[in-house]
Each structure stands twice: as structure tokens, then as C-alpha cells.
Design a protein around this ligand. Structure first.
Ligand code: ZN
Ligand code: ZN
Ligand code: ZN
Length: 369
């Protein structure tokens, strides 16, 4: 077995242990980040069914259209691959392989198309279906060493791209889109893949957290929120830094310092066993005490991995305890409508002794021209 196959064999073993704990007989996964997680196989979702079945007992198998089945050959040590021809029904094939599946409890991936679930329910009328999150959320939330190695590397490269942008880039007189294109180019230059994102929000648009980067020309006096990331071996990075064009006002400096202190407070609150909502509260207390509470309009963080937003969420009401291996963002912000916004975002890992920041490029206020 290759090293890579060992990674995926270990994940399947963890899946089976959880399935036993939770009374799940089979997990069905179709092309999605869940499939990438279980097999390292980033197949595209299409009208032709590809499905991985991991069973509590018995060997895992996949069904795949014959024109794509050969791509699964690299995982032949891990599972049986059943190719189906253009005139066959893949859902009937799944039902045959499970010998009708009577009484089976099946967890089906949340990103599986509804049409496939409907057909599987028809083909397996005596099986019951539950959300795949029952198994996959808990697996994917705790990153293994293989994942942490990639994510550290992805974040370090993202930091390098930003440091190079600050050292060599310019903003005033250029459009948000031109700046975003520069950032994307630097992410690729530092070895990340092109399927990234760069949100650049300037002036009043910096107060809109999920702003659509526009043709607006950046001018002196603007706050510019730059939120970006790209991929390394399917894992995403995600960072936000905010710069000011020209000398900022005292008020702006106060807001910036408040956001920075909130970011540090969230970082300091991280340790195993602490509820996710406490991370949000730690950041929010700083911003509320400074009088800007009403302008911090989103949760402080989201999980990160194969998806840019995934569990666990650092939000009021989430009592899930942090555990070593959880990776999530620490991104407080203050957004004053019509005027300006500031956000500072790092990706953190929960370790036995507290938080480790994957992003370490300077968080000090950058004044650019
Ligand atoms: Zn976001
Ligand atoms: Zn972000
Ligand atoms: Zn984020």
C-alpha cells in the first residue's frame, strides 16, 4: 500500500469506528469535498452517478461510470470498483451490491444531489437514510497530521504572497479588481492553485464583509479590506488584512486597534474543551467594550479545510467543545455603514496547549499609497 493509501485507509477505519458508535451501516458519498476527504479523488459531480460506499462490515466499494472508473485504479488497494455501462442503472447496481439493503441505516453525504437520493430510496425501499454529517462532520472537523502539514504550508505561502504585495504593490488610483488580480497572481507565484478567491473592498465597500470586488477606483482616505486564499492539494487558505490609503484618522486607528485586540483575544481563548461560542464571546467582548458592538455583524470564525466554510463554527449558541486538530478562522471585524470597515483574519489550529496561528504575517496597520 502506498503512503497515500495509508492516509485514506486510516480515515475509513475512523469512519467505521464512528459508524459502529452511531448505529450506521453504510455511508454513501458522491463527488464532493467529502469524497476528496475519503479517497483523495476530486471527481466532478455530474448526471452519471459515482458513489463510494463505506460499510461498517465488509469491504468498501465504489460504483462509477465506466468512462471514469479507470481513474479510481490508484485506490484499488482500498476498495472494489464496479463500473457501470451507459445503459445500466447505477442505483440498481448499488442495491444489488448491498443485497437489497433491507433494514440498513445509511448516512448519505450532504452534498449528494437530491435526484440520486430519490433514486436510491426507490432502489433500496427498506433502507433508511440519515444525514452524512452524522459521520463526516466529526471526521473532517479534526484534521490529521497529513492535513495539518498541507494547511500549514498553504497558509505560509499565503502569508508570503501578502508580504510581497505589501512590499511591492500599490493601491491608490487602481480598481479593486486590479488589486485582486495582483493578489491572485502572487498566490499562484507562491505555489497555490488558481481556484482561489480574493475579495477586495475599498472605501464604503470595506464595510460590506462579503463584498463583490468591483471596478471602484481606490483613493486616498480609503480603508481596504483584502480577504483571500487559494488551494494546496485541495485545502484552502484564508486570510484577511486591512490597509489604509494615506494617513489614517485617530478614529480609524482606534477601530483598527480594537479589531486587532479582538483577534488576539479570540486567539488567547482557544484551548481544548472550551466551547466554540467562547471564542466568539472573547472577541465580541473587546469590540463591545470599545463601543462598537453593533458594528461586529458576523460570527468570529468558521472551520476551514477542503471547504472554505465548514464545521466548526465559532458562533454564539455553539457549545461544541474545541479539540486538538480543529482548524478555524479568527476574523473579527468592525463595519461602519457608509464609511469604512476593518477585519483581521488568521487561521488557527487548536492544539493541546492552546492556539497555533497558521498565519503569521504582520497584523500591524499598513499604510499604503
Ligand atoms: Zn466569509
Ligand atoms: Zn477570509
Ligand atoms: Zn474566513
Amino acid at each position: 500500500m502506498s503512503d497515500t493509501n495509508e492516509v485514506y485507509a486510516a480515515r475509513m477505519a475512523r469512519a467505521r469506528a464512528l459508524m459502529a458508535e452511531r448505529g450506521i451501516d453504510h455511508v454513501f458519498i458522491t463527488p464532493s469535498s467529502d469524497l476528496t476527504y475519503m479517497l483523495g479523488y476530486p471527481a466532478h459531480a455530474s448526471e452519471r452517478l459515482t458513489l463510494l460506499c463505506v460499510s461498517r462490515e465488509g469491504e468498501p466499494f465504489a460504483v462509477a461510470p465506466s468512462l471514469e472508473a479507470m481513474r479510481l485504479k490508484t485506490r484499488a488497494d482500498l476498495l472494489d470498483v464496479h463500473a457501470w455501462g451507459e445503459t445500466e442503472s447505477p442505483t440498481e447496481l448499488v442495491a444489488r451490491l448491498l443485497e437489497g439493503g433491507a433494514g440498513a441505516r445509511i448516512a448519505i453525504g450532504d452534498q449528494t444531489w437530491a435526484i440520486f437520493l430519490l433514486r436510491l430510496q426507490d432502489a433500496l425501499p427498506e433502507a433508511s437514510f440519515v444525514s452524512g454529517n452524522t459521520i463526516l462532520r466529526d471526521l473532517r472537523m479534526i484534521k490529521d497530521e497529513h492535513e495539518l502539514r498541507i494547511m500549514r504550508d498553504a497558509s505560509a505561502r499565503t502569508d508570503e504572497a501578502w508580504a510581497e504585495f505589501v512590499a511591492t504593490g500599490s493601491m491608490a488610483g487602481r480598481s479593486e479588481q486590479a488589486v485582486a488580480a495582483d493578489i491572485n497572481r502572487l498566490l499562484r507565484k507562491h505555489g497555490l492553485s488558481g481556484e482561489g478567491f480574493a475579495i477586495v473592498g475599498s472605501g464604503p465597500a470595506s464595510a460590506s464583509p462579503h463584498h463583490m470586488t468591483s471596478e471602484r477606483i481606490i483613493e486616498p482616505g480609503d480603508s481596504v479590506v483584502c480577504d483571500f486564499g487559494a488551494r494546496l492539494e485541495h485545502y484552502s487558505s484564508d486570510i484577511t488584512r486591512t490597509v489604509h490609503i494615506g494617513e489614517p484618522s485617530e478614529e480609524y486607528r482606534t477601530v483598527y486597534d480594537t479589531v486587532l485586540q479582538a483577534n488576539r483575544a479570540a486567539f488567547a481563548a482557544v484551548r481544548p474543551g472550551v466551547a466554540c461560542q467562547e471564542i466568539d464571546r472573547a472577541a465580541r467582548a473587546v469590540i463591545t467594550n470599545a463601543g462598537y458592538g453593533e458594528y461586529f455583524i458576523h460570527r468570529v470564525g468558521h472551520g476551514l479545510g477542503l471547504d472554505v466554510h465548514e464545521d466548526p463554527y465559532m458562533v454564539e449558541g455553539n457549545t461544541l467543545p474545541l479539540a486538538p486538530g480543529m482548524v478555524f478562522s479568527d476574523e473579527p471585524g468592525i463595519y461602519i455603514p457608509g464609511r469604512f470597515g476593518v477585519r483581521i483574519e488568521d487561521i488557527l489550529v487548536c492544539t493541546e496547549d492552546g492556539a497555533e496561528s497558521l498565519n503569521n504575517v504582520s497584523r500591524d496597520l499598513v499604510v499604503m499609497n
